[in-house]
Design a protein around this ligand. Structure first.
Ligand code: PHE
Length: 463
């Protein structure tokens, strides 16, 4: 048998990959993007982008991984294009950067789970002080990174797959319970209407851009997470149907998160959902108040469950983020897995310390950089997010589709998909994927990358 790890079956792979996809992006970020982007109009665009644009990229990543059975750096070399190893290295770097700040926010969520379990509803009003209390959030960050590293150190089937098979069904159960409960709250209907009735007048280029970025980040694309997971998949796996299931799970959980969140917000505001500002504070500042109004006992249970949900979602994502550099160290640098895991986790945690300090503790990291044309400085945590997620992921996706279509070549991609899906040739899906990978994805992702560079860093706002 192969000395590398393997997922033991299809469910294991799908649970792990859906676990990577479902994360803070779905439960923390998605609802506030919806609130700021025209409710259901945003949701519709998000779903379209997931299936039309992201799905083909996901298929490509999984195919590259499964064909080569290598980490993202080794994969390009194994296909015969060592010059493209830079793309794998860029993915590893993006993973390291993203995990460094993602772990900080995951730590906040975990801390909220503890605070609400003990009935501290005030925490919502004290959010600013809470994230400033470096001793406390630092500790939660350590715990979170430790849990991530522990799972990854146990290997692919014994760690990642096992944890995902427990965490993902639990997550689905928790979110269903919360959705059903939220529907019973007063004003739930107003919340749902806001969420589900599209306000097309609010759509503009910015909203479209956000929906695209959100879909791409949410599906964990552009950095080789799915090349890595794909490399642990067996040849008889049907890549198309697996990728479809992963996409459906991710979009489905995001959709359910909205279905749960808007009744909560409507409950808190007596139906005036519009009055609540979206933004990162929605979950951390607004929701504890809603839980408090549910009463001491129910509020505690619902609040704790909510943040447990968020922590579980984050954990299956941090696991995949850590696995990318670990796979690189194990496959390419021949480091023993356990050493690689603990060393890299420590390194990334330290890299995240400036992010931990960037909410007021350290003036230097709080006012880290002022972009050209901006009137306010950006803190370190957001800066790393802008570089790692908003910029490097679309660039990675752009280059990956260019690579697949024009360097590795479409017929090789198709051949790999056919292994495990013999009827693939000649199907509509085959034609669509060929078209998307050759034209649609590189064009759209290339544009996104350029727009991000211009508007984020250079102060040029095209729209
Ligand atoms: N998809 C994860 C989320 O939605 C984030 C992530 C991005 C994970 C890239 C892995 C790789 O939270």
């Amino acid at each position: 048998m192969n000395a590398r790890g393997h997922f033991s079956n299809r469910f294991g792979f799908i649970a792990a990959a859906a676990g990577s996809a479902v994360g803070l992006g779905n439960i923390w970020k998605f609802p506030f993007e919806v609130a700021g982007g025209g409710g259901a109009a945003f949701v519709i665009m998000y779903l379209l982008f997931c299936f039309l644009l992201c799905f083909p990229v996901m298929v490509t990543e999984i195919a590259i991984g499964r064909k080569t059975q290598k980490d993202p750096v080794g994969a390009f070399a194994a296909l015969g294009f060592p010059k493209w190893k830079f793309l794998g290295k860029m993915g590893v770097l993006a993973g390291v950067l993203i995990l460094s700040f993602y772990n900080v926010v995951a730590g906040w969520a975990f801390g909220y789970f503890i605070q609400l379990s003990i009935g501290n509803f005030e925490i919502g009003n004290q959010f600013g002080d809470y994230i400033n209390n470096i001793g406390r959030v630092g500790l939660y960050g350590i715990v979170f990174m430790f849990a991530t590293a522990y799972v990854v150190s146990k290997g692919v089937s014994g760690g990642i797959e096992k944890a995902s098979k427990i965490l993902m069904p639990t997550l689905v159960a928790i979110i269903l319970i919360l959705v059903v409960y939220s529907m019973t709250l007063p004003h739930a209907f107003e919340g749902i209407s806001y969420y589900l009735i599209p306000q097309f007048s609010e759509i503009n280029f910015r909203v479209i851009y956000n929906a695209l970025g959100q879909a791409f980040f949410s599906l964990s694309l552009g950095m080789g997470a799915l090349i890595t997971y794909g490399s642990y998949v067996s040849k008889d796996n049907n890549i198309i149907s697996s990728a479809a299931l992963i996409t459906i799970s991710d979009a489905g959980i995001a959709f359910l998160a909205g279905l749960m969140m808007f009744p909560f917000v409507a409950f808190l505001t007596n139906g005036a959902v519009d009055t609540v500002e979206g933004g990162p504070g929605l979950i951390f500042q607004v929701l504890p108040g809603a839980f408090e109004s549910m009463g001491l006992v129910i509020g505690r249970i619902v609040g704790a469950l909510f943040f447990l949900l968020l922590s579980f979602a984050a954990l299956t994502s941090t696991i995949s983020l850590l696995e990318v550099p670990v796979a690189y160290a194990v496959d390419e640098l021949k480091v023993q897995r356990t050493y690689a895991v603990w060393f890299i986790a420590l390194f990334i945690f330290l890299l995240g310390v400036p992010s931990l300090l960037s909410n007021g503790d350290s003036q230097f990291f709080t006012n880290f950089i002022t972009y050209l044309g901006a009137d306010k400085p950006t803190n370190f945590l957001d800066f790393i997010g802008h570089v790692g997620s908003d910029t490097m992921l679309p660039l990675g996706g752009f280059l990956m589709t260019i690579f697949a279509a024009y360097v590795w070549k479409k017929h090789n991609l198709n051949k790999e998909i056919e292994t495990g899906y013999p009827g693939f040739k000649g199907t509509f899906i085959e034609k669509y994927i060929d078209f998307a990978v050759s034209y649609l994805c590189p064009t759209v992702l290339g544009i996104i990358f350029i727009l991000t560079l211009l508007s984020r860093f250079l102060g040029v706002h095209v729209f």
